[in-house]
Design a protein around this ligand. Structure first.
Ligand SMILES: Nc1nc2c(ncn2[C@@H]2O[C@H](COP(=O)(O)OP(=O)(O)OP(=O)(O)O)[C@@H](O)[C@H]2O)c(=O)[nH]1
Ligand SMILES: [Mg+2]
Length: 348
């Protein structure tokens, strides 16, 4: 799943991208091309598992990131290109300049939100007429599309993002093809100054209230400081974080907030070759989860042998888990739990 980093020009998107990708990508600055990279998702449970199951390699799950150029307010030549990039990603990280003394974070939040909403309004208005025509001739699918579009139109006309309403699975399906921008889940990132790391300033507090009004989620970080920390040798990072009063690099809280927002869960595969984390949607059943490891597993799924990472921690080894009768044999209908350690059995 790709997460797009969006925001007004100069809000710190590329700085955040470089932090999250640990400076592994040579970024282009000042072009209309997005930067594409991946962030390792830190997960303390991975290291816990590796304590009990000796392994050659620890492999964290990764978050796909797209650093999208800043969107200019009120049109401009780059506007269409930037919106097209935003349309391709599944979720948004909206970075807001809270570090400049003169910055107005609430306006910045509203300005970008409005750009997304106006773009959606155009799409909806262009699509509604056709859906209405087809609906009148008795096409049931078109009726669903029409009803969903009308519900979305009512929201955007009040300048509210499509995402704030409750949408049934059927409605979501009807809307999927339109790729509405304000329907995408959005995490707001308050990019604060080094002397405001806890976001206590008036600007950040006002932003927090504005985001909460939309039922949204916000995290606070300082991209330029995080970037400096990410460039330090690993053994100096913890000390630097500690001296700034930070517990961990921002990628941890950011990935957790995104997982929560997107309704995702983590499971693990563990053996002597590697201990690895995988991200799936909550509610995914065992074959689908196996499919994220390898498509053969989904195709030839037989069963999944699972236990929970808490049981491994309590009992100390896989053997002990088995002897305690905690190793479960689960079939095709099993919905994976966050924190399951899984061996897939399959046959193709
Ligand atoms: N003081 C401070 N400056 C920052 C911070 N984050 C970014 N900047 C500065 O803001 C400027 C723009 O940062 P970028 O990361 O390039 O911003 P951007 O959002 O990618 O900009 P565009 O892609 O042009 O829209 C740079 O000079 C950064 O050094 C921050 O947390 N604190
Ligand atoms: Mg940039």
């Amino acid at each position: 799943m790709e997460c797009g980093i969006v925001g007004l020009p100069g809000s710190g998107k590329t700085s955040l991208f470089q932090v999250l990708t640990a400076h592994a990508v040579a970024v282009e600055i000042g072009t209309l091309n997005p930067n594409i990279g991946q962030a390792d998702i830190p997960d303390p449970r991975l290291h816990e598992i590796a304590e009990f199951i000796p392994t050659k390699k620890i492999v964290p799950a990764r978050l796909e990131l797209v650093d999208i150029p800043g969107i200019s307010v009120g049109g401009g030549t780059s506007h269409v290109a930037v919106l097209a990039h935003i349309r391709t990603v599944a979720a948004l990280c909206h970075v807001i300049n809270c570090f400049d003394a003169g910055a107005d974070p609430v306006s910045a939040y509203r300005d970008l939100k409005l750009e997304l909403i106006l773009s959606d309004m155009e799409v909806i208005e262009n699509s509604l007429e056709r859906a209405q025509k087809s609906a009148q001739s008795g096409d049931e699918e078109a009726q669903r599309r029409r009803d969903a579009l009308q519900k979305a139109l009512a929201l955007v006309e009040e300048e509210r993002p499509v995402a704030v309403a409750e949408w049934s699975a059927a409605e979501e399906l009807a809307m999927r093809g339109y790729g509405l921008l304000s329907a995408k889940p959005m995490l707001v990132v308050a990019n604060v100054a080094e002397d405001d790391l806890d976001g206590a300033s008036d600007g950040v507090q006002a932003l927090k209230a504005a985001v909460a009004e939309d039922g949204g989620t916000m995290i606070v970080l300082c991209a330029s400081l995080e970037s400096e920390i990410a460039e330090l040798p690993e053994d100096e990072r913890a000390e630097m974080l500690g001296s700034m009063g930070l517990r961990e690099p921002a990628v941890g809280p950011l990935a957790r907030a995104l997982n929560e927002l997107l309704g995702l869960a983590t499971f693990y595969t563990a053996g002597e070759k590697e201990v690895r984390s995988w991200i799936i949607r909550q509610g995914a059943m065992a074959p689908e989860a196996g499919g994220s490891v390898h498509s053969d597993i989904e195709r030839g799924f037989i069963r999944a042998e699972c236990y929970h990472v808490d049981e491994l921690r309590d009992l100390g080894s896989e053997k002990a888990v088995k002897e305690a009768g905690k190793l479960r044999s689960e079939g095709k209908q099993y919905v994976l739990k966050d924190g399951d350690v899984v061996h897939f059995l399959f046959n193709v």
